[in-house]
Design a protein around this ligand. Sequence first.
Ligand code: AMP
Ligand code: GLY
Length: 450
Amino acid sequence: MTETVLLVGGGGREHAIARALAASDCDLYACASNRNPGIARVAEGFEALDSTDTGPVVEYAEAVDATLAVVGPESYLAAGVVDALDDAGVYAFGPKRAEARIETDKRFQREFMAEHDIPGCPDFATFTDPEAAAAYIDESNGDLAVKPTGLTGGKGVRVTGDQVTKAEAKGYVRESDYGEFVLEERLVGEEFTVQAFVADGEVRVTPAVQDHKRAYEGDEGPNTGGMGSYSDAVAHLPFMTESEYEDAVDVIEATVDALDGYRGVLYGQFMLDADGPKVVEFNARFGDPEAMNTLPVLETDFLDVLTAARDGEALPELAFAERATVCKYAVPEGYPTDPKSGAKVKVDEQSVARTVESATDESSGGEPRDSAGDALLSYASVDEREDGIYTTTSRSFAVVGLGDTIAEAETVAERALAVAGEEGLRIRHDIGKADLVQQRIDHLNDLRSA
Ligand code: AMP
Ligand code: GLY
């Protein structure tokens, strides 16, 4: 039987999922609030939705006779789309609303870790009273991360001694209307992500990825949803040991054991310091951009993972190509604080792939070389209209370079960006460059020798 898969979401992550599914034997349909041209091109049908309400998603799933669904963004998980699809008899690979609280409710997440003795939990306290939170900030000796309990698109956290002073942090809890905050010990180190496929208590992990949250080069500026990311040809990253990667995997496995009946992707965000990985947060879905690093090197058929999860079979062991990846996002001017939406984006996914191929051929002395897939372009929060593709208020498109080393993947990504065009858009060109990677290594070495 050919599976009919409904993909929910229209960002860069979902374009990467669509591309992985397009390589499998299935009929793909998609729905999202923006018409993502990359997804629309590979899908049999694309439905524009104007909200994350579950009703229209379920209606579309039923209209196309979906046999499976994959949910990308946390907003749909928080709205209970997996529960609603389940009620309608459509298996969705993603957690139900209650299980998604591991991401959508930071208070629940920390209390859950403490209750189950999951390693890597920083000291924390939660507050609904802004004055009590401000007093706690005053009384703490060290620096703190101030985190709204609910979803903020990666933009709600303020870290004292880093982005803000303690006085500014107090102003933030007093003036913002988030309602509840988790205040926790500031972790200092290098961040990385490990994503895992989870079903029936089984865990299949993927290689570590390092995202870059800050808006500007040199890790300056406000936090964003993520400006770009890299992974190495092996599972760990240059600033960590294999055993530190395994420690992070142990944390994910302990979390899955403690969670009852979790299914979908569990994403662990870690801070590596001299004592090992600490948990910054969990997400209940693939990362964006991290999915764009991981799925292109996944050699196992993605659809086989999904159907095994649905059918209660053992998840396949995962195989990955031994290739490094570098992903760079192009974002609207002003993103994330004052993004300019409605600007025309002039890029072409196909020409990026073609040009990188021919450039590679030249550099190999004109020898024919199988370099297809060396660069990929993923459309993100753009909107395709009659007369072209337009920016929204979020990230526009991403380019991913693949190579034998991070440096090679970075060169490929830059070459692809040069073709893609970046007029009116901003890119962190430093991501994946040797200098920045070396700074990460030096940072960890400094912490280890301190
Ligand atoms: P989150 O939404 O929890 O992923 O937080 C967004 C970003 O804030 C993280 O990627 C970190 O860079 C930073 N952050 C969160 N918690 C902490 C912490 N306890 N210590 C230092 N930085 C943190
Ligand atoms: N890259 C951060 C996230 O997906 O939340």
